[in-house]
Design a binder for this molecule. Sequence first.
Ligand code: NOJ
Length: 546
Amino acid sequence: MKITDTSDLWWRSAVVYCLDVETFMDWTGDGKGDFVGLAHRIDYLAQLGVTCLWLMPFYPTPGRDDGYDITDFYGVDPSLGTHGDLVEVLRLADDRGIRVIVDLVVNHTSDQHPWFTAARSSRESPFRDYYVWRDAPPPGHEENVFPDKETGVWQRDEKTGQYYQHSFYRQQPDLNITNPAVRDEIAKILGFWLQLGVSGFRVDAVPFLLDTAGVDAARQLLPDPHEYLRSLRSFMGRRSGQSILLGEVNLPYEDQLEFFGGPDGGELTMQFDFLTMQHLYLSLARQDARPLVQTLLARPELPDGAQWAIFVRNHDELTLDKLSDDERQEVFAAFGPEPGMQLYGRGLRRRLPPMLDGDPRRIRMVYSLLFALPGTPTLFYGEEIGMGENLAVEGRSAVRTPMQWTAGANAGFSTAAERKLPAPVTPGGYGPAFVNVESQDHDPDSLLVFVRKLVQTYRTTFEIGFGAFGVLDSGTPGVLAHEMRWDEGCVVALHNFSPESAEVRLPLEGSAVLDLLTGIREPLPEKGPAVLSLEGYGFRWLRLLA
Ligand code: NOJ
């Protein structure tokens, strides 16, 4: 028997599941989710087949940016539990073969962080240079990431009369990574969490972290920020050989390649594929696979071991910023025509099922793609049951409503009074009465059971995570056909973006194909192309049999 050890590259065939402890499960009954609640739901994640849990920020925070404004990088916010509760989650996850990665948010701190409190107390503070200060904003206007709340990236500090940089909200002053003391602090933070047993980090806002342009030229002590990212990765590798940096880098592919460390690698292990995500939505809007095909073909070759993370939804606005204005308007028109569904002029604040009018064929086709595209699938909590958004909740929080466990009060998330919840549960047709774990758990026709099937099939189909990828000519604009070859295996996947059924002719080698999702074998003709049929919005994963 041939044994192939892929375990040292575990992230290439992982199933990542992102959740915020605050909205997942409340065990203490105070209205907020907590680590004890999560501990009680680890078996749910194990049963789903998750292999890597990504915990959104759980650190002490004033909550200006849903935890992405941190006051103590070593702490656990008391409302979520204690270090003891967190370690219990790590232990349980480990026992079920689930790795845990945590958000590393070191582009900025909260303005309440003791470093910033000290830094702003006087220009002579030893912490002053932990942040980026200027006597006046440098020339040229830089737009803030949150244009609905901020007009720029410089904020005057009244007491000391200088301006500090904040790429995000003004309550999130940017750290100055050109300062060696800050780099030492960041290394210590990584070291702390690795020692506690995490398998790596989802690195927040990496291009902002590495952008040192705001630092006064006279104080620039870091000529090449990428060199810093490289040294951080190698530090992490020395501390924990199998740990990963999964970076948030929403940039064109050529720039993303730089964040992998160029063709030789050595910087980020994985990056979210924002371009594939955005063009997937354009393909869905047009019912035409070609925008997605072109994007997949434009992907650069990655360094050894590096990997894309695929996602169709995350906790932020569904950004469409890399589409042209016309393309973005097309997606808006198809999936979020009302201004209240849009955000920052560049994205949508909706979840997938309502955007697709609840059409189960289309929803399943998209999740099939999530697992069949080369890269590591990343689920945002609630996607597996088809949760919708709550547009009555402000901004990005529309998609951060409590996990829907049952049809009961507060979706079974909490026994507290409704007003104590972090956000009201989603109302209407996507609310707990219609969408919840309990009712889908044993229903063979449910989305949850379908996603479990996808996860299981993906996890036993190593071609997806490890294989050489190629787009095949489907001959039909609506259909994406791609192959993945690894070792001696070859899997061909077909996805139909159009409502019309299709017949795809492909020159396939072998005697038959095995449909990995249905188990049905189909013989291949001895001569000539195989003719494979697909229903409208249909999809197939086919293993070629010798
Ligand atoms: C990116 C995160 O995904 C987002 O939620 C957050 O607001 C910003 N970074 C700032 O940390």
